[in-house]
Design a protein around this ligand. Sequence first.
Ligand SMILES: CC(C)(COP(=O)(O)OP(=O)(O)OC[C@H]1O[C@@H](n2cnc3c(N)ncnc32)[C@H](O)[C@@H]1OP(=O)(O)O)[C@@H](O)C(=O)NCCC(=O)NCCS
Length: 197
Amino acid sequence: MEPPRAGSWPEIVIRPSSDADVPAMIAIYEHHIGRGVGDTGDFEEERLKPDDLKRRRKNMRSKRLPHLVAERDGEVAGYAYAVPFRKRPAYRYTLKHSIYVHHGHLNAGIGRRLLPALIEACAAGGYRQMIGYIDAANEASLRLHEACGFARVGLLPSVGYKYGRWTDSVMVQCALGTGDRDQPPPRAVATGDSAGL
Ligand SMILES: CC(C)(COP(=O)(O)OP(=O)(O)OC[C@H]1O[C@@H](n2cnc3c(N)ncnc32)[C@H](O)[C@@H]1OP(=O)(O)O)[C@@H](O)C(=O)NCCC(=O)NCCS
């Protein structure tokens, strides 16, 4: 059966994450990373600890960087966030992002709700470009990003190593708001730490 498309899931609520969501987000993350289907082979030797994630969230909130969850029938079914693309001030209008959907809710339109909400929040924050790195074999993520307006802007060959083989990453990019069509407002946006969950 075809999954319902974006907009046809009235029970999906997109909202800012809270500390109470951290265990659910860790579970989603660990499932995907453990299976090696995540974006850039983002393996962490140490298990993620709830307090570290709470600190990261707080840090991001203080920089007005979005950290969102998708709730489906009261359960956290996915999350997405954006962090600075690079620390240097010249790159302060550019973000990179991550998105993870619970393995029990894949291909059900959650990503199609969550990613546009993240894009909107980043644009509202004054950012102008959004970058993603996607494993070249990750059809679902490539499709999702294409559907949400990201263009493929680069291929990074053999930058990952998972399960005994080298993997390529696709770099995707989406302009936010007016993008590069005008000057950014003088108001500063966040710079600094690019750690995320
Ligand atoms: C990538 C991911 C976020 C997509 O979320 P999702 O909620 O399953 O995606 P949706 O159901 O909203 O579908 C988005 C699009 O991808 C397509 N799609 C979903 N799963 C797919 C699959 N396994 N293969 C091919 N296309 C797929 C859908 O058909 C849809 O395309 P359409 O809008 O043209 O119909 C999810 O698969 C995930 O969390 N994967 C593991 C972590 C990860 O890879 N994160 C991204 C890192 S860059």
